[in-house]
Design a protein around this ligand. Structure first.
Ligand code: CUA
Length: 333
């Protein structure tokens, strides 16, 4: 074997190892092994029970197999072991044992499902409307609405009221808890207490069409005072536009944008995300792109080119008009 062949084989092994172990990062942003809410910890606890139960069963099966292989291995001239047909005690045992294992797993699982499906007392209720392919978050008690980036206060129960309206989606932020479907015509609830301030990534977890994989969600768990500041900012009127932003506002107001988007005091569309404070978000297009001028211009000029199937069409705006609108949107902090 020459050095080139052995090098090629080595790199193939390396590639195989990378592919196999690529998902094995304990604290990746969407790892459910790093719980940051009571719900996520409860799920990890159930995982633990299942892991120990499965390990115990595997040990018993492997030890029994090894013993049987050794005890009954073929030997020269050995007599045929006693032949058994049917064994009532064994059959009852291996029916009851798995049922008991399932019962042990089912009790904490069902407890967690029921607890997290009920609204908690004094919880902050947020209405979640999942749409192709973005998230709308409405805070009825605070009178504000935002999109794709959910802010919640730490150490306070939050109840998400998951509503339609178009097709089935699933809200999933692994470090804050398990998946829960968003089903048109039905209200599901998801209650949890976020514990550690930080930014948590999630993803729509139910195939919902072309850009399902581009339907990301970010949850910012804020310290209570930071959350209050965020709320105050979101409830404030849209920023006054001046200079280049004022030009952009004029272009926005005379373009088709107004048919789909709300900017308080400017437009009242409800098809797309509310943009009153879009400049305060870190990303656009449901987490697909960072929120910056260049990305906004590219997005405004041709959304479906960046996000397949995007409902927002290319409006045929000139580069200058798109740049002006981007300038305006960036100013809407
Ligand atoms: Cu929404 Cu998948």
């Amino acid at each position: 074997m020459d050095a080139g062949t052995s090098g090629g084989r080595g790199s193939r092994w390396l590639l195989a190892a990378v592919i196999l172990l690529g998902g094995c990062v304990w604290d990746a942003p969407q790892s459910s092994l790093v719980p940051r809410s009571d719900f996520a910890r409860a799920i990890l606890h159930v995982y633990g029970i299942i892991t120990w139960a499965a390990s115990g069963i595997a040990t018993v099966v492997v030890v029994a197999l090894i013993w049987i292989f050794l005890r009954f291995r073929g030997r020269e001239g050995a007599a045929l072991p006693r032949q058994v047909r049917g064994h009532t005690l064994l059959e009852i045992s291996w029916t009851i044992a798995p049922a008991l294992v399932l019962l042990v797993i089912a009790i904490p699982t069902i407890q967690v499902i029921f607890r997290t499906e009920s609204p908690a007392a004094r919880a902050l209720e947020i209405v979640v409307r999942a749409r192709q392919w973005w998230w709308e978050f409405t805070y009825p008690s605070l009178g504000l609405v935002t999109a794709n980036e959910l802010h919640v206060p730490a150490e306070r129960a939050v109840t998400l009221r998951l509503e339609g309206p178009d097709v089935i989606h699933s809200f999933w932020v692994p470090q804050l808890g398990g998946k829960r479907d968003v089903v048109p015509g039905r209200i599901n609830r998801l209650t949890f207490v976020p514990e550690t301030p930080g930014e948590y990534l999630g993803q729509c977890a139910e195939f919902c069409g072309t850009s399902h994989a581009n339907m990301r969600v970010r949850v910012f768990v804020d310290a209570p005072d930071a959350f209050d500041r965020w709320v105050a900012g979101q409830r404030a009127p849209a920023a006054e536009a001046s200079g280049a932003a004022a030009t952009g506002k004029a272009v926005y107001a005379r373009s088709a944008c107004v048919g789909c988007h709300t900017i308080q005091g400017v437009s009242t569309g409800v098809v797309g995300p509310d943009l009153t404070h879009v400049g305060s978000r870190t990303t656009i297009a449901a987490g697909l792109l960072p929120n910056g001028r260049a990305q906004l211009i590219a997005w405004i000029r041709n959304p479906p080119a960046l996000k397949p199937g995007a409902k927002m069409p290319a409006l045929g705006l000139s580069e200058a008009d798109a740049a002006a609108i981007a300038e305006y949107l960036v100013s809407l902090k």
